[in-house]
Design a protein around this ligand. Structure first.
Ligand SMILES: *[C@@H]1O[C@H](CO)[C@@H](O)[C@H](O)[C@H]1NC(C)=O
Ligand SMILES: *[C@@H]1O[C@H](CO)[C@@H](O)[C@H](O)[C@H]1NC(C)=O
Ligand SMILES: *[C@@H]1O[C@H](CO)[C@@H](O)[C@H](O)[C@H]1NC(C)=O
Length: 940
């Protein structure tokens, strides 16, 4: 084993040029279903007027539902003997759900239909009233929405579904007639012809249908030699069910921008993948993989997948969630009429949802109504995390945190990568280097800190390892196609994987994390789930063979993209319940799917410490965020390579504005903890760390919005300013929650100034200098000086936000420190904001144990009011009843006040008049107000 590890390490060390091994991953033409189904679009392009062979008829109310749900027989002229069925549900939130499947297949086979079961937070509720429905011979029309402004037109023959808003089409399903479901069939033995490609004779299978069009079946199904068995490099996929692919097209008329489809290292506004001069030559791929040294700009698959797309124009936004968990490729084509998308998937039923919008914020909320809002993380998890592959000993862990203290740098969490575990048998500690884990954890916890240790899904196949013998005994391991337990190669060598789709594994996995069982853990220890795509070093595309078996007989191909989420869920569930008063869990996952936001944070994997990666990351965070996955960050400094001090400093600045802020590095990199650097770098890094801690209150506001409303933690320009067309494609700057803070990372070498785009008619104030960029009715770029210790951080006029200027060693130690309120006066002379606070670690917040203040500034009065229904006598409010405000800073005050009064009493203030481009500022020190109280500060 040691030897093997050494071989792996030698392999890593030998790599001097970092580049993805493209040959390890397939392109569309190398995978049979993608080749077959993508080809339909090429044929359609050559004959654009051809009509879909699919039609529906005779809608019936779906049995056993008493709301707006219809079932339609669905036919394909290509296969008159095959029966399909389509079901359309109108859900309560104005979301339309469409499902289609083959029924009564003589094969007796059933397509995978459980994706929604794992993705949805609960069964979506079918609407019962509020719609006008008209069933005519050739069209079913449903008018719905608050003012019946929405309309769903289901054209029966050929099948086409259009969603309209105020008569204008928003999305059209099957607009290009690319819809196709490959029914189950037997392999027809063809006479051997010596050659490999058996072609259907031209004209042999002509089918005449609708509008008198003629079409041969090969339009839809190339007689592909790999339909029933497929070999790629050294791996053969036995494909026991034969072809079962799906092709769907969605057209978004009148839009220029589509967003979403994470996870890809591509621009937020998704460029074209088809056409002569398309930006990418391959479709966006959704197939969760462990991709080594991925490219900074590519449609290649990464670690997570959310099959959600937003189409946005200044008039409206519409979304489509295409619930398929098998390998999926998506082509995007922009043309003068809008954006056309074509999705091909290897297996599963048709199950898509149309989210009506009309604003991006509505879409976020509609999406959250289906998949759940994000979990509210423990407060400390929003602070700074220090990781490295690896901190090798107990002493080293203590030393690292001591060095942070000596350097006066805040730190909340120290992480352990795979080397804490002997032979990578997770849960076990290498006692030679970690002789007393509980003592180490107690030391760490005594400073208010936490630790995170890695627990990966691969389990060393060794009988003496209790996790292995338990899982084998329970019979909950993923199986090979032949029914034996699958084994593959990963960090521990020969390994097995638990099937977390199997409920039998759940209670057991929970027990593994309980303190009586994992005796070397304490409540200060949290978890990191890596490699959960899953990564299998000797598997096809570094993952599991598609014909592996899960519980219920489903093949791995059907549910691959869900795999990481299942593991993440079970781990966070285990962490939640290990104490008698449940604590909010923290589990970091690399792989994710739609719904993963319910389970915790993700990071964007093994990035490179280069300017190109740093520059591209904001777009990746934003694209994950608009698809619900908004507790996201990257390895600060880059996982691979030794970044220059300049890149590292810029990365820390970027990191301080990532929702998840963690430094991490590969085992072969030079040590780069922030305290190791000489001055002035050390102070620059300290300032950035401190800035994150000062801003934790406003980050927590944003996390609370994510947890209660389903809003993203960081907002891209298009979602924040949905009618500002010039800003739609901008993905290198973003807003933090609704705080008004606009951040842009500096991502080029030697940048002494950086241009920031301002969309709206508000003044913006520089956070550091209070320089004011005046309101203007026109969008504009402003240039901001960005020497190495500075970066664009602006406050949009009209906001009030809380910070905490006193920084301590860790965030929990700051719980009773006073707040600073910054008021950035808007163009109309007003501002508003809030402060949300709770105990930061339990679920008591759901029982109303919170403090939630709403601040407004209007006509010279700054007031604090309780927001929502919470009572001052709740346990948390009582605990922090003494916490006050140590400073109020009012930016944009044009003249000196005569007096500042609270409850009739004058209080001291200082005024700086506007000069040299700086805003006029009133500073009120130590106003006698508490954050739990309602009060007014009157500035006259
Ligand atoms: C999947 O389809 C089968 C057969 O129609 C049905 O019994 C089962 O309930 C479906 N599962 C889900 C989650 O819809
Ligand atoms: C998460 O786990 C719970 C039980 O622990 C289960 O009820 C739920 O279906 C799981 N969901 C996913 C996506 O794994
Ligand atoms: C801002 O700068 C960008 C990049 O130079 C440019 O493309 C854009 O047109 C500018 N926008 C405005 C409103 O001036």
């Amino acid at each position: 084993m040691r030897l093997l590890l050494a071989t792996f390490l030698a392999f890593f060390c030998a790599l001097t040029v970092h580049a993805v091994k493209r040959e390890d991953f397939k392109e569309c033409h190398q995978t049979s279903f993608c080749r077959r189904l993508r080809a339909i679009a090429d044929k359609q392009a050559a004959k654009p007027d051809f009509t879909s062979p699919y039609s529906v008829s005779d809608p019936k109310r779906t049995p056993d539902t008493d709301g707006y749900s219809w079932t339609f027989p669905l036919h394909s002229a290509l296969y008159p003997d095959v029966n399909f069925e389509m079901r359309v549900d109108l859900l309560e939130e104005g979301i339309v759900r469409v499902r289609a499947d083959e029924v009564n297949s003589p094969s007796g086979l059933q397509r995978y239909n459980e994706t929604a079961k794992w993705v949805f937070q609960g069964e979506p509720r079918i609407a019962k009233d509020g719609a006008d429905v008209k069933n005519e011979a050739d069209i079913t029309t449903i008018k719905y929405g608050k003012d019946k402004e929405l309309e769903l037109d289901i054209v029966h023959k050929p099948l086409q579904i259009t969603m309209k808003r105020n008569g204008k089409p928003q999305v059209v399903f099957n607009e290009r007639s690319l819809f196709h479901v490959e029914h189950y069939r037997k392999q027809v033995e063809k006479p051997a012809e010596g050659g490999e490609d058996v072609k259907v004779e031209e004209g042999e299978e002509q089918v005449v249908f609708q509008n008198g069009d003629e079409i041969d079946r090969s339009w839809f199904e190339t007689d592909d030699k790999d339909m029933f068995k497929e070999t790629w490099r050294k791996w053969t996929d036995s494909k026991p069910k034969g072809p079962e692919g799906l092709s769907v097209d969605f057209t978004f008329p009148g839009v220029e921008h589509v967003f979403g489809l994470p996870e890809h290292a591509s621009p937020l506004s998704l460029p074209s993948t088809v056409g002569e001069d398309s930006y990418y030559k391959e479709p966006y791929r959704l197939w969760n993989v462990d991709i080594f040294e991925y490219e900074a700009d590519s449609p290649m698959a990464l670690y997570g997948a959310v099959p959600l797309i937003h189409a946005h124009s200044k008039h409206s936004t519409v979304g489509v969630l295409n619930l398929v968990a098998s390998e999926t490729w998506v082509d995007v084509a922009h043309d003068k009429d809008g954006v056309r998308t074509h999705w091909v998937s290897e297996s599963g039923i048709v199950d898509f949802l149309i989210l009506p919008g009309p604003r991006p914020v509505d879409l976020f909320e509609q999406y959250a109504s289906l998949t759940g809002p994000a979990a509210l993380p423990p407060h400390w998890a929003t602070a700074y995390h220090q990781c490295r592959w690896n901190y090798n000993t107990q002493d080293e862990v203590i030393e690292v945190q001591d060095e942070f203290d000596k350097a006066d740098m805040p730190l909340d969490v120290t992480w352990l990568d795979i080397e804490y575990a002997p032979h990578h048998r997770y849960f076990d500690w290498n006692k030679a280097s970690f002789p007393d884990p509980p003592k180490m954890l107690d030391d760490v916890a005594s400073k208010g800190r936490k630790m995170v240790a890695i627990v990966d899904p691969h389990i060393k196949r060794e009988d003496s390892f209790r996790i292995y013998s338990d899982a084998k005994g329970l019979d909950v391991l993923i199986k090979r196609a032949d029914g034996e337990n699958f084994d593959g190669w990963c960090w521990p060598g020969s390994s097995v994987w638990v099937d977390f789709f199997n409920p039998k594994s759940w209670e057991w996995w929970t027990r593994m994390f309980s303190f009586p069982v994992w005796t070397d853990s304490t409540p200060a220890l949290y978890i990191w789930n890596d490699m959960n795509e899953p990564s299998v070093f000797d598997g096809p595309e570094i993952t599991m063979p598609k014909d592996n078996r899960h519980v219920g007989g489903w093949e791995h191909r059907d549910l691959h993209n869900l795999n990481g989420m299942m593991f993440h869920n079970q781990t966070q569930a285990a962490i939640t319940v290990r104490e008698s008063t449940p604590k909010r869990p923290f589990v970091l996952s690399r792989s994710f799917f739609a719904g993963s936001q319910r389970y915790g944070a993700v990071w964007i994997g093994d990035n490179l410490g280069t300017w190109a990666h740093l520059a591209g990351e904001a777009a990746v965070f934003l694209s994950n965020s608009v698809a619900g996955i908004s507790f996201v960050g990257s390895d600060v400094g880059g996982f691979f390579g030794n970044p220059s001090t300049e890149i590292l400093t810029r990365w820390y600045q970027a990191g301080a504005f990532m929702p998840f802020f963690r430094a991490h590095a590969h085992i072969d990199t030079k040590r780069r903890e922030p305290y190791l650097f000489p001055e002035p770098v050390k102070s620059q890094l300290r300032d950035v760390l401190r800035l994150r801690y000062q801003m934790l209150p406003l980050w927590y506001n944003a996390f609370h919005d994510a947890a209660t409303k389903g809003h993203p933690v960081i907002w891209p320009q298009y979602a924040y300013h949905p009618t500002d067309t010039k800003g739609f494609a901008i993905d290198d700057q973003y807003y933090v929650g609704q705080s008004g803070l606009l951040f842009k990372p500096v991502v080029t070498e030697g940048a002494t100034e950086t241009s920031v785009y301002l969309a709206d008619n508000e003044p913006y104030y520089d956070y550091f200098t209070h320089t004011v960029y005046p309101a203007s009715s026109k969008p504009r770029n402003v240039t901001i000086a960005t020497p190495i210790d500075r970066f664009p951080l602006l406050i949009q006029g009209g906001h009030i936000f809380p910070t905490r200027e006193r920084v301590r060693r860790s965030s929990p130690l700051m719980w009773q420190d006073p707040y600073t309120l910054t008021v950035a006066i808007g163009r109309d002379g007003t501002a508003k904001g809030e402060l949300y606070s709770d105990d930061g670690e339990t679920f008591a917040w759901q029982e109303g144990e919170i403090v939630h203040a709403q601040y407004t500034y209007e006509k010279g009065v700054l007031s604090s009011r309780h927001k929502g229904e919470w009572r001052k006598d709740n346990a948390w409010a009582k605990k922090i009843a003494h916490v006050g405000v140590e400073r109020v800073i009012i930016l944009g005050a044009k003249k000196a006040p005569k007096s500042v009064k609270i409850a009739g009493e004058e209080v001291q203030f200082a005024y700086e008049k506007p000069q040299g481009g700086k805003a006029g500022t009133i500073t009120i020190k130590n106003p006698p107000v508490k954050i739990v109280d309602e009060w007014e500060i009157v500035i006259a």
